[in-house]
Design a protein around this ligand. Structure first.
Ligand code: PEP
Length: 254
């Protein structure tokens, strides 16, 4: 990962009530101890952010993320949550453009881009997710799909803010399926993303942006992935719901 600090982020998806979340966060904090050197972010559902923030106010090595937000600062958007609402709950990161949002909620690159811009405006670090579906890979379109999603998500992002952005490459066919991309398959795409980031923001900035891998990452397959030059950490779904597995993944990155 060059000189980039690794980042391990847990995406809890629609799991855990506030009380359950508090328990899991406490277990993670306990398992993790005072280890430093790897960035750690947990992304519980909105309803668990407050209870999680309370636990995390006692520790300095775990940060809080949300799984989505609305691009507008406020207004008549029933059921939505703004960047400012997240900031007030000590949220530092926000997952944007996850494949489940693209698939089930029909989010487009344009909408995701508006959210990325709004997040940066509020000093939230966006974790922008990109990745191809199985049929797109089989048709040989992986790199084209990833490029469109990546550049589409980064429209109008000023270079001076680009370092705040985290990219997550998540092949859709590997999410929640137990099928992981091999380290070589993942590095091929991460390498292309790196080149696109350098083209877009210049070499110095492009080299600072972290690119996470996501898709059935677990302690058994993490070492090979994290050893690759452009894989700077992981976005973890299933394995982030178990404190021991999640902390093992942090240890793999250390
Ligand atoms: C995810 O949804 O971001 C993810 C990577 O899930 P899983 O680890 O369960 O494949």
């Amino acid at each position: 990962a060059n000189t980039r600090k690794y980042l391990i982020a847990g995406n809890w998806k629609m799991n855990k009530t506030a009380a359950d979340a508090e328990e899991l966060i406490k277990s993670i904090v306990l398992e993790l101890g005072d280890k430093n050197g790897v960035g750690v972010v947990v992304c519980p559902p909105f309803t668990s952010l407050e209870s999680s923030a309370k636990v995390l106010s006692e520790v300095s090595n775990v940060q809080l993320g949300a799984q989505n937000m609305h691009a507008k600062p406020s207004g008549a958007y029933t059921g939505e949550i703004s960047a400012a609402m997240l900031r007030q709950l000590y949220v530092s990161h926000v997952i944007l453009g996850h494949s489940e949002r693209r698939e089930y909620f029909k989010e487009t690159d344009e909408e995701i881009n508006e959210k990325v811009l709004a997040a940066l405006e509020s000093n939230l670090k966006p974790i922008l997710c990109v990745g191809e579906k199985l049929d797109e890979r089989e048709a040989g379109n992986t790199l084209k799909v990833v490029e469109t999603q990546l550049l589409g998500g980064l429209v109008n992002i000023p270079t001076e803010k680009a370092e705040q952005v985290v990219i997550a490459y998540e092949p859709v066919w590997a999410i929640g399926t137990g099928k992981t991309a091999t380290p070589e398959m993942a590095q091929e795409v991460h390498g292309v993303i790196r080149v696109l980031l350098r083209d877009r923001f210049g070499k110095a900035t492009g080299d600072k942006i972290r690119i996470l891998y996501g898709g059935s990452m677990k302690p058994e397959n993490a070492d090979g992935l994290l050893a690759k030059p452009d894989i700077d950490g992981g976005l973890i779904g299933g394995a982030s719901l178990d404190a021991k597995s999640f902390v093992k993944l942090v240890e793999s990155a250390a």
